[in-house]
Design a protein around this ligand. Structure first.
Ligand SMILES: CC(C)(COP(=O)(O)OP(=O)(O)OC[C@H]1O[C@@H](n2cnc3c(N)ncnc32)[C@H](O)[C@@H]1OP(=O)(O)O)[C@@H](O)C(=O)NCCC(=O)NCCS
Length: 335
């Protein structure tokens, strides 16, 4: 039995921040940002928009595209590093309630920007073992809320948004997916978000018992150079491994959906893979890096533009904080 992506959806907030907008507040320029990243602008959630509201909008689109009703969904997985709450209730539970997927299991999965690839593999396993049930896999991020907007080497890179797919079984089709999931925890300090239990406990000097929680907002810190080198190495290696697993040549891949972190990373990966850049889907000029949302947003955009045809040999490859990485090679839309 094969598992299929039955439909896709995405959501990007209407508010857009351009590089010029950033240059009016920071010592930077459109020229620097675009030449170093390939990014011109990013979407940013407005007041009232959160990871769950964006996730639910993307999910509704994916359910409409697949013709699946809320009652058919047995599992809701939200890949995110920016949950509505830190950390419970999970964003997936909130989304499950919003969508009316009564009784469906729901959990958040945190594998940073590789989260969608991890979640897709979890959903594959769920659908295979729960006959008749479908899974909703969502990548959603509200990164604007955890950025230090004075840190020009970091805040320029990211944007908000959500992408979703509905995954279900197809008894007729033959499975096509090959999957790699990996991590290298030795680089865990390269990208960090504060606000967890590693932060020092503040004791009240008089009573010796913990004082109220530190009210500082969590922020992201990034060692860009180290992450860049890791990303190029691991994306090219994962792509090669996925091709080797099926005994196929890299040149036979039709379309690559690489995590949209930096255009220069994607160019370097294309060079290493000896694959024309035209085979790589690119939208980061207007989305920037939306972390776990980037691959499903790209998939949905490609579907809506009619760029993805049945049977195309596609690669999804991602990397992120952790450091994590992962990839899926499949014949669209069969997993
Ligand atoms: C962040 C990144 C764009 C920086 O590009 P870079 O070419 O490595 O630039 P550097 O960090 O070496 O900085 C070069 C100079 O530009 C400056 N600079 C950094 N950000 C700048 C900005 N937005 N505008 C202008 N100058 C900037 C630095 O201060 C530095 O100045 P100095 O030489 O006087 O010290 C790049 O390293 C990157 O994209 N890394 C990957 C990050 C990533 O993808 N993270 C998410 C993973 S999911």
């Amino acid at each position: 039995m094969a598992i299929k992506i039955l439909g896709t959806g995405s959501y990007l907030p209407s508010k857009v921040i351009t590089n010029d907008n950033l240059a009016s507040a920071l010592d930077t320029s459109d020229e620097w940002i675009f030449s170093h990243t390939g990014i011109h602008s990013r979407h940013v959630a407005e007041d009232g928009e959160t990871t769950s509201t964006m996730a639910a909008k993307a999910a509704k689109e994916a359910m409409a595209a697949s013709g699946v009703q809320p009652g058919e969904i047995g599992l809701v997985v939200v890949a995110t590093s920016t949950p509505d709450f830190c950390t419970f209730p999970s964003t997936a539970c909130i989304v499950q309630g919003m969508l009316g997927c009564e009784g469906a299991g729901a959990f958040d999965l945190q594998a940073a920007c590789a989260g969608f690839v991890y979640a897709l593999d979890m959903a594959r396993g769920y659908v295979a073992t729960h006959p008749g049930k479908k899974a909703l896999v969502i990548g959603a991020e509200c990164l604007s809320r955890i950025l230090d907007w004075t840190d020009r080497a970091c805040c320029i890179l990211f944007g908000d948004g959500a992408g979703a797919v509905v995954v279900g079984a197809d008894g007729e089709a033959t499975p096509t997916a090959r999957v790699v999931l990996g991590a290298d925890g030795r680089g865990s300090h390269f990208i960090e978000r504060s606000g967890g239990t590693k932060d020092a406990l503040v004791l009240d000097p008089k009573t010796g018992i913990p004082a109220r929680p530190d009210p500082r907002l969590p922020v992201m810190t990034l060692q860009g150079h180290d992450v860049f080198a890791f990303a190029v190495r691991v994306l090219a290696r994962t792509a090669q491994e996925l091709c080797d697993m099926g005994g196929e040549a890299v040149a036979d891949i039709d379309r690559v959906f690489a995590h949209q972190a930096n255009g220069r990373i994607i160019e370097a990966v294309a060079r290493r893979m000896k694959l024309p850049l035209e085979k790589f889907f690119l939208n980061l000029d207007t989305t920037a890096n939306t972390s776990a949302a980037s691959i499903p947003i790209s998939l949905d955009e490609a579907v809506r533009k009619g760029e993805l045809r049945d049977g195309m040999k596609i690669l999804m490859i991602g990397f992120g904080a952790g450091l994590t990485y992962g990839g899926v090679r499949c014949d669209w839309p069969t997993l």
